[in-house]
Design a protein around this ligand. Structure first.
Ligand SMILES: [Zn+2]
Ligand SMILES: [Zn+2]
Length: 106
């Protein structure tokens, strides 16, 4: 099974034809809408923006780092806007940082 642990491995994956194909399928399945915004009851409308597709990412719900077998599983993929996508990964980093700072809490 392929691994996606290093930057090079990930880069290779995201450049692969398989990824490009499934990415397009997910965008169409999700109607080019951010699924997180949808869950929050917000409609992410960007209909007038010709660059809207550039603002949408296809995210791995379970990271390929920990779940390489789900890298091309369409059920593990969803469309996120850049904002939600950043928030998802920032939140994770933030939590890690907080754990570190816990030591210094009184
Ligand atoms: Zn969103
Ligand atoms: Zn992601």
């Amino acid at each position: 099974m392929p691994e996606y642990k290093t930057k090079e491995q990930k880069k290779k994956f995201y450049k692969s034809g398989d990824w490009q194909t499934i990415r397009q399928e997910v965008l169409e399945r999700d109607n080019y809408e951010c699924q997180e915004c949808k869950r929050q009851g917000r409609v992410y409308t960007d209909n007038h923006d010709p660059d809207k597709h550039k603002r949408l990412d296809v995210d791995h719900i379970k990271e390929i780092y920990t779940h390489p077998e789900l890298a091309l599983d369409i059920d593990n993929l969803e469309v996120l806007c850049v904002k939600c996508h950043n928030r998802k990964h920032d939140r994770f980093r933030f939590r890690k940082k907080q754990n570190k700072w816990d030591d210094e809490q009184w």
